[in-house]
Structures are given as structure tokens and as C-alpha cells.
Design a protein around this ligand. Structure first.
Ligand SMILES: C[C@H](O)[C@H](O)[C@@H](O)C(=O)CO
Ligand SMILES: [Mn+2]
Length: 416
């Protein structure tokens, strides 16, 4: 049977369950997924300064890591050509291009991202942004914005201000609102006596950063909490409660990273709760294995649940979807592509669930039928629907794997 007739047959199966596959395609076309630039080079960036820290760890040494911005962009172009639907690119400040001349992080300017902006425009992408509060000698004793040293705090406050100006330039140039995410790894290896003072200092530093006006049409800020990091096992200054309160009080987006909570706690269950009170949130879709290990996103129950929450409650515009994982033990273009295609696939699965049947069963109290339909939905002929979506987006179906292997042979394997 040809792919086209498999799709026609599948479409009919879905239609009989009240699912309009064409409407699902149209809706998915409008939901952007922000691809994180840091999967391509193991969160190294182009500063050539210190080793990765801030509690982050990238393991593996698969050949082919991008060593400069041109290689990273080439790898991104390959990756983007394998992912259907609307995409954005999420940059960290350490990916500035300063032509070999070191520029201090608190002195970064939009001009240091001019090539990224031009490239994004050429490729029809919106840009998102992140100040980088790690891998830098001005992180003292594991602290940046919450440091007791006023000079350290000043440097990092200036970095935050510089980054928001860059983000605003992204939004203006690309006519697409940039979401700037603040993740601050500050924390303590062992139990501090005083947990309050560093939190007061972090809040004060953030207030200083956000006191500089920024046009919300071009940039909106998010803040990301974390349970713990390597070397900060006993207390993270920017905890969930800290940022929940800070974001609520100050009109910021809350960023929920799938790896930043207790291992049995899921962010899918936090989406409706937070959106009762926030206008918008940002997600960092990741996969923790036993800890915040940032494994490549696979088709887990949690990924499906995240997508279902977005789709069932029409949060398409209120939830910004970002990816956050980094695996250096496999081909990095593959890692990027597997995770991003899975995010897109999970959204399409959610968009094609037999929602009317499930709603009716729940409303009538027929919990057995609700569970039965949820389980039946897992084995509907989805593969044909996904393949069709890829075809319509000029993206390969399963053939993408061979394409990456060819790219590895022709390009990645030639990098030393
Ligand atoms: C590199 C990113 O900013 C980082 O992954 C952050 O978002 C995070 O999740 C840290 O654990
Ligand atoms: Mn994250």
C-alpha cells in the first residue's frame, strides 16, 4: 500500500472517532517549538573561557561537535530541515560572535549577534535568548546574582541588562517577540545557615535588571527554578517557590523545566495550575533520568501528557515550548532531531486524540470507557498521519535517519 493510501485510510479511522486530521495539521502549523542552540556544541559557546559549570554536565565525546558559529549554523540548518512545523531558535549569550576579540559579558551588544539575526531572518526563524550565569570566573563560590560580593552582583546585573537589550533587538529585527529566560544556578553544596539573605539578594538583583525598560512587544522575560545542581545539592537560591512568587509578583513568565523537580514530580500537572494565575509560561522540555540529566527527549508518557495539556486547554499561545537537553554521546544532529520531532509528534498525537469521546465519557462518569479510549487511542494508525505531516512540510519521514548518517559522513566526521 502506498503512503498516500495509508494516510487516506488512517484519516477515515480518525474521522469515525470525530477527529479532523486536517484541522490538527493546521493547528500544529501554528505552534512554534524553540530549538536550543546548545545541543550542537555541548553548551560550550564561543568564549573559550572556563569549562562548563553551574551544576551542568555534558557527558560523551562523539565526534563532530560544532567548533564555531558557522559550523553550528550549518548543523542547525540540517537539523531544521528534518523537523516539520514552525520553529524558533533559542540562543545563549555565550554564542556571541566577537571576531576573536574577547568581549566581557556585561558589555555584550546586539552587534555581537548580528550574524545570528541575519541568519534567523534568512531562515524565517524567531529568536529566543538566555543570559549565561555559568562557566565564568565571575561566578564566585557558586554564586552570581545572589553573591554577598557587591562587585560580583553588579557584573551579573549588568549582564542581565545587556542581554535584555540584545533580546529586544532580536524581537524588533525579526518582528517576533523574543522570550528571554533567566536561569541562575546559584546554590550551596552544603547546608547554609542563612537561606534568606541570598534569596533577598537574588530578588534585589533581578529587580535591578528588570527595572530597565524593555518593550514587551519585542521581549518578554521568564525565570527558571531548579531543585538542585551538581555542587549545589543542599540549597538552590532560585527554588520553585522563589520564582513562582517572584514571577507572579513581577509579571514575568514562569519557566518549568521537566528536569528541575523531584524525580516523580511532573511539569504536565503544573500547566493548568500555573495558567490559572499566569498569562503565559515557558516550558523547557527535557528528560531527566534519575536526576536532571538532560537526556534527549523521547516519546515518554510525560511528553505526551505535556502536549495533551497544551492542546486540550487551547494553550497554544500561552505556553511557549522550548527544548533543553544535551547529549554528547551520540551524533548531535540526531540528538537535536529526535527530541524536536518527538515534541512535534506528541503535539500531533494530542491534536488527534478522540477528545469528544473522552470528554463525554468523563462527563457521564464512565471512567472505564474513559480509560479504555485513552488506551485504544495509543494504537490508532498514527504513523501514517505523521508521515503525511512530514511530507506536506517537505521533511523526510523515517528517511531522516539516513540523511543524518550521510551528513555525518560528509561533514561531521571531517571535524577533528
Ligand atoms: C543551558 C540552559 O540554560 C540550562 O540548561 C538551563 O535552562 C537549565 O535547565 C539548567 O539546568
Ligand atoms: Mn532548562
Amino acid at each position: 500500500m502506498s503512503m498516500a493510501s495509508m494516510f487516506d485510510a488512517a484519516k477515515k479511522v480518525y474521522a469515525d472517532l470525530g477527529v479532523d486530521v486536517e484541522a490538527a495539521f493546521n493547528r500544529l502549523d501554528q505552534i512554534p517549538i524553540s530549538l536550543h542552540c546548545w545541543q550542537g556544541d555541548d553548551v560550550a559557546g564561543f568564549e573559550n573561557s572556563t569549562a562548563l559549570d553551574g551544576g551542568l554536565a555534558v557527558t560523551g565525546n562523539y565526534p563532530g561537535r560544532a567548533r564555531n558559529a558557522d559550523e553550528l549554523r550549518a548543523d542547525l540548518e540540517k537539523t531544521l530541515s528534518l523537523i516539520p512545523g514552525k520553529k524558533r531558535l533559542n540562543l545563549h549569550s555565550i554564542y556571541a560572535e566577537t571576531d576573536g576579540r574577547p568581549v566581557k559579558r556585561n558589555e555584550l551588544e546586539p552587534k555581537h549577534f548580528a550574524r545570528w539575526m541575519d541568519w534567523a531572518k534568512e531562515n524565517g526563524l524567531g529568536l529566543d535568548f538566555n543570559p549565561s550565569y555559568f562557566s565564568h570566573p565571575m561566578m564566585k563560590d557558586g554564586l552570581t546574582l545572589s553573591s554577598p560580593d557587591a562587585g560580583v552582583r553588579k557584573f551579573w546585573v549588568e549582564h542581565g541588562i545587556a542581554c535584555r537589550a540584545i533580546a529586544e533587538a532580536f524581537g524588533r529585527k525579526l518582528r517576533s517577540t523574543c522570550i528571554t529566560n533567566f536561569w541562575v544556578p546559584d546554590g550551596f553544596k552544603d547546608t547554609p545557615f542563612d537561606r534568606l539573605a541570598p534569596r533577598e539578594r537574588l530578588a534585589d538583583s533581578l529587580d535591578k535588571i528588570f527595572s530597565v525598560e524593555c518593550n514587551p512587544r519585542y521581549n518578554r522575560d521568564a525565570v527558571e527554578c531548579k531543585l538542585f545542581g551538581i555542587g549545589a545539592e543542599s540549597c538552590t537560591v532560585g527554588s520553585h517557590e522563589f520564582y513562582m512568587g517572584y514571577a507572579m509578583k513581577n509579571g514575568k513568565l514562569l519557566c518549568l523545566d521537566a528536569g528541575h523537580f523531584h524525580p516523580t514530580e511532573v511539569i504536565s500537572d503544573k500547566i493548568t495550575s500555573t495558567l490559572l494565575y499566569f498569562d503565559e509560561i515557558l516550558l523547557h522540555v527535557s528528560r531527566g533520568v534519575r536526576w536532571d540529566s538532560d537526556h534527549v527527549v523521547t516519546m515518554t508518557e510525560e511528553l505526551r501528557a505535556i502536549a495533551e495539556e497544551i492542546v486540550r486547554h487551547n494553550y497554544d499561545k500561552r505556553v511557549h515550548i522550548g527544548l533543553d537537553y544535551f547529549d554528547a554521546s551520540i551524533n548531535r544532529v540526531m540528538a537535536w532531531t529526535i527530541g524536536a520531532r518527538n515534541m512535534s509528534k506528541a503535539l500531533l498525537m494530542a491534536l488527534t486524540e478522540p477528545a469528544a469521546i473522552l470528554k463525554k465519557a468523563e462527563k457521564s462518569g464512565d471512567k472505564g470507557s474513559r480509560l479504555a479510549w485513552m488506551e485504544e487511542a495509543k494504537t490508532l494508525p498514527f504513523a501514517a498521519v505523521w508521515e503525511e505531516y512530514c511530507t506536506r512540510n517537505n521533511v523526510p519521514g523515517m528517511a531522516w535517519i539516513d540523511e543524518v548518517k550521510t551528513y555525518e559522513k560528509d561533514v561531521l566526521s571531517k571535524r577533528s
